[in-house]
Design a protein around this ligand. Structure first.
Ligand SMILES: Nc1ncnc2c1ncn2[C@@H]1O[C@H](COP(=O)(O)OP(=O)(O)OP(=O)(O)O)[C@@H](O)[C@H]1O
Ligand SMILES: [Mg+2]
Length: 290
């Protein structure tokens, strides 16, 4: 194949890959979000005086307008400190994915502000947001979003290739080993179990050493054992790399690994749980679901 054609095909494939990794949601919706006035950029400081890894200030998100409008978020404020593992739980439709997408810069709030490392996301244009997502944000999805034609290792290093960076072989080895895939690195996703595919997705999210790792129901498509192993791996990312993690989950056993659990209902944080047992988490969720 002529080199020019190959390069063009490669760059087209990388553009598709960028979209798959970032999964910008609801593009049609985004264009309907009203332009908001720029806000000043106060440093987002947590109670211990450090800049929070990620925070939200009065975030609302309305889908559509008029009588059919849906208020997915109705004023959410939160702050996640560096090295903290925070879980977001709540009934289906309570706004968990919407919140994660806004904090990750994949969607925009209708009002309020989201910050990563103290930087207000509304102050960034599309290119600035893309760069921030590539450099500072890792995202793990329920359905893995791996590229089927690439090996596990090629999937893992994809974010670096998209950023035009050369992978450091030692770091690639370490990340792949840390998720327990050293002997599966040349397999393609179809040759891996669900749990192994999610490990690849986790390694891919870690490879850029993100300031914050978001995971939206990372165990939602796995059996109980594989799901629990992914939760344990999230915890080990905190222990090994000081990784900050915000994960959405329906799995009460997240209480065994999370520092805090925020419970969302109808677009608002209605409860915060510290170190509690899985059955206490289950009762708190059941109370909401009635
Ligand atoms: N693109 C959209 N257009 C209109 N409404 C939407 C859109 N996306 C989400 N919603 C609505 O916003 C609310 C919150 O949705 P969201 O996906 O954030 O919930 P969730 O808590 O992640 O639910 P689940 O546990 O089922 O994943 C729901 O009422 C949903 O129907
Ligand atoms: Mg969701």
């Amino acid at each position: 194949m002529p080199t020019r054609l190959r390069r063009r095909l490669e760059s087209a494939a990388l553009a598709v890959a960028d979209a798959v990794i970032a999964e910008p949601p609801r593009v049609a919706e985004r264009s309907r979000v009203a332009e908001r006035p720029r806000v000043a950029e106060p440093p987002r400081v947590s109670t211990d005086g450090h800049v929070a890894a990620v925070s939200a200030d009065g975030v609302t998100r309305r889908y559509g307008d008029g009588e059919t409008a849906v208020d997915a978020l109705r004023g959410v404020s939160l702050s996640v400190a560096r090295g903290e593992l925070v879980a977001v739980m709540g009934p289906s439709g309570s706004g968990k994915s919407t919140l994660l997408h806004i904090l990750a810069g994949l969607d925009k709030p209708t009002s309020g502000e989201a910050y990563i490392g103290g930087r207000a996301l509304s102050g960034l244009d599309d290119q600035g947001l893309t760069l921030l997502r590539r450099r500072k944000v890792g995202f793990v999805f329920q359905f893995f979003n791996l590229l089927p034609m690439l090996s596990a290792e090629q999937n893992v290093v994809l974010p670096l290739r998209l950023a035009g960076e050369e992978p450091d072989p030692g770091w690639v080895d370490e990340v792949i080993a840390s998720v327990g895939l050293a002997d599966r690195r040349h397999h393609r996703p179809a040759e891996l179990s669900g749990g192994q595919q999610q490990r690849v997705a986790l390694a891919r999210a870690l490879i850029t050493r993100p300031s914050i790792l978001f995971a939206d129901e990372p165990t939602g498509n796995l059996d109980s054992k594989a799901g629990h192993e992914i939760l344990e791996l999230l915890r080990s990312c905190v222990a090994s790399y000081g990784q900050t993690i915000l994960t959405v989950t329906h799995e009460p056993r997240v209480s065994t690994v999370a520092d805090r659990i925020l419970i969302l209902a109808d677009g608002l944080i209605v409860r915060e749980l510290g170190h509690v047992s899985s059955s206490e988490v289950r009762s708190a969720i059941e109370a909401l679901e009635g």
